[in-house]
Design a protein around this ligand. Sequence first.
Ligand SMILES: [Zn+2]
Length: 473
Amino acid sequence: MKHLGWILDLYHKTGQMVVWLKKPDGKCVRLTDSWKPRIHVGGNYRELIDLACKSYVENSIFVDKFERAGDIEKSRVLEVVVENDEEAAKLARRIQRESSYSNFRLYDVDIPSPQIYLYQKDLFPLALVEAEEKDEKIEWTLRDSRETIDYKLPPLRKIRLEIKTRKNKRVRTFEDELDSLRIITDDEETLVLDSGSEEEKLLSLGQTFNEIDPDIVITEGGDSFIFPYLARRAHKNGMLNRLVLGRDPSPLRVYEVQGHSYFSYGKILYRETAARLLGRLHIDDHNAFISADCGLEGLFEISRTCIIPIQRASRATIGTNMTSLQFYHAVKKNVLIPWNKNQPEEWKNSNELVIADRGGFIHEPETGIYDQVGELDFTSLYPTIMRDQNLSGETVKCKCCPNSLRRVPELDYNICDRWRGIVPQSLEILLDRRSRYKQLKKDEKDELKRQKYDARQSALKWILVCSFRLPWI
Ligand SMILES: [Zn+2]
């Protein structure tokens, strides 16, 4: 059976990738592709052979990959198939523990499997594709391109979900009884669900979701309160297994509300666990980064360009989005991605980096008051230099071309002639798209289209201000 549609959502369920396609007629179809993630282990060849014979390492083969970006030769590493992302982390920890934390180098452990799947299949979120199901596998044909700026997106049904609780205390808690639910549709129609018992309200919420069948559910605080609260109330009423809000027939999950703090742009920020409605996109305005600034248009642009599923892109920091783009280029170049156990997000922007690392040449102005001062503003100055001069962690002072003609001024470091850096390669598409959108915006008379191009270019601008540290360096 063949299907044409746009990739709306995807996630891994043991042994298979579930992909939701939004079809041109507005309907959605759930496809499954038999597929498992793989981790890689580097180390001494004999020790790797011993490892491959261990009972807890099933289903492994030797493959040749680059262990570091910029390596001249590939290394022979062990590739181990795992059931899912949790298994990947568990197995990686076990291998480390049993080898006394020293002998093996672990790769491709903590990249979310939907991302790896998209990289491997050369697909991206909201790509228009043709999918053919054959013996539990899917054959994909891309009818779209990440390079095009004139892409068509399907009309997506959006709703906004709000809830009211019967507060016992001043602040609302998970113990409050549900008072009412409000669903505001695209055409500003408001549905209020407030009759009957709490159980009836919850059941009619499920029914309403089923009838309206939204693609996007927007909330304010859905991650931290609304969905965990609804799951708890359903649990309390003994009907959790009947509260299905996603397109996938699995019920809402009760999860501990917890988040993590991270450091970004000089601020400590706090991010909550994402509430997922499988097959639909939940966007929490309280827990969103790009869509808060550049709307859905900007979010979709980033998701397509950086190959990061929409729900994750909406909650991800710009560093995570940029990293996804670098991972894509690494995977395409057969470079392994080292296991980053605590995923620090201490990204600095490029200006800070320059200040922090003042190797460059800076004109000090003479203080005073001047008339007729001209101002030059370079668009994406640092990323452009990095792209044009092939600057990347692995290309500066490379071992393979000590006498290259390309040098860092003043410091006289050599820059690789042989290997196109992963950073410049990743920047290429961002810089290119941004300048084309800016031009389109300039030439366009239609105000709505101008706004669209502007939202997309400013979302790209956000990604371009983050720094470009590679995990290999
Ligand atoms: Zn080189």
